[in-house]
Design a protein around this ligand. Structure first.
Ligand code: NAP
Length: 258
């Protein structure tokens, strides 16, 4: 589905929450979903970055299904640091989504931190806890809180973001890799629980992509050799839109293995 060509109005009428929407892949996904008609809820920890994505969206012109120019739906901004957020923050946010929009059609769980790469024996306890808090606990409690809003939509799609090190462990990547194994486990559990229901759960593996996180992991790499976030959007669109309505419990790659 990496050559998927989304119709211009694929996400028209849908309300989609994107975490880590201020930078990297999350920012590009928000712009892309809005361009395809979605009302995007931009969740992140750095307000200035979220505002820049908001501006990009409201200043862009969408091409509607009839080929005419239409403004993108106005996004909403939710400033939230997942590391410090509690289940009650997520529940309050969900109630606001239900009050304002009546439903939630999709979630892209994209926010993550890498932590430091180190040998397993040198992993620092506090960093382990911080990475797990953002990458795993936050994702779990946010998902739990959002389910009532997702159940109000006809065919909601929840996308978790994995990594190749979340499928096969790799030396020195311990903390991040284990957080992504957990992400795959959360997705599989939910997909099994919600089989044949209106909710579907899948993972997406972007593969090496030109972002700050990738540069942090591979500082010596030439970024020009990497796909950009825009290049990998076909899979993000496919999994979020109704063309993937029968896809549940899958972990899909945006790029062939390098
Ligand atoms: P990125 O450029 O570092 O962006 C991550 C986003 O998450 C940033 O907007 C960041 O906010 C946000 N974030 C981090 N911690 C947060 C917190 N506690 N609360 C709220 N927001 C938080 O990373 P990326 O490369 O786009 O990665 C996106 C996803 O793809 C991640 O799940 C990553 O693990 C996965 N992935 C990436 C690659 C790759 O090659 N890039 C490969 C495999 C998987 P700030 O802007 O405020 O820092």
């Amino acid at each position: 589905m990496n050559d998927y060509q989304a119709p211009a109005d694929l996400l028209k009428g849908k309300v989609i929450l994107i975490t880590g929407a201020g930078d990297g892949i999350g920012a590009q996904a928000a712009r892309t979903y809005a361009k395809h008609g979605a009302t995007c809820i931009l969740l992140g920890r750095t307000v200035s970055k979220l505002e820049a994505v908001y501006d990009d969206i409201v200043n862009a012109e969408n091409v509607g299904s009839a080929g005419n120019a239409e403004p993108a739906p106005e996004p909403a901004i939710v400033p939230l640091d997942i590391k410090g957020a509690t289940p009650s923050h997520y529940q309050q946010m969900t109630q606001t989504i239900i009050d304002q929009f009546g439903k939630l059609d999709g979630v892209l769980h994209n926010a993550s931190v890498l932590g430091h790469l180190s040998s397993f024996k040198d992993i620092e306890q506090q960093e382990w806890l911080d990475v797990m808090q953002t990458n795993v606990n936050g994702t779990v409690f946010l998902t739990q809180a959002l389910i009532p809003a997702l159940e109000k939509a006809d065919n909601a799609s929840v996308i978790f973001t994995t990594s190749s090190v979340g499928r096969k462990g790799r030396a020195f990547w311990g903390t991040y890799a284990v957080s992504k194994f957990a992400t795959e486990g959360v997705m599989q559990t939910l997909a099994d629980e919600y089989q044949n229901k209106s909710l579907r759960f899948n993972c997406i593996n972007p593969g090496g992509t030109r972002t700050n996180m990738r540069a942090q992991a591979f500082p010596a790499e030439n970024p020009d050799t990497l796909k950009t976030p825009a290049d990998i959007m076909p899979m993000y669109l496919y999994l979020m839109g109704n063309d993937s309505i029968d896809v549940n419990g899958q972990s899909l790659d945006c790029q062939p293995k390098r």
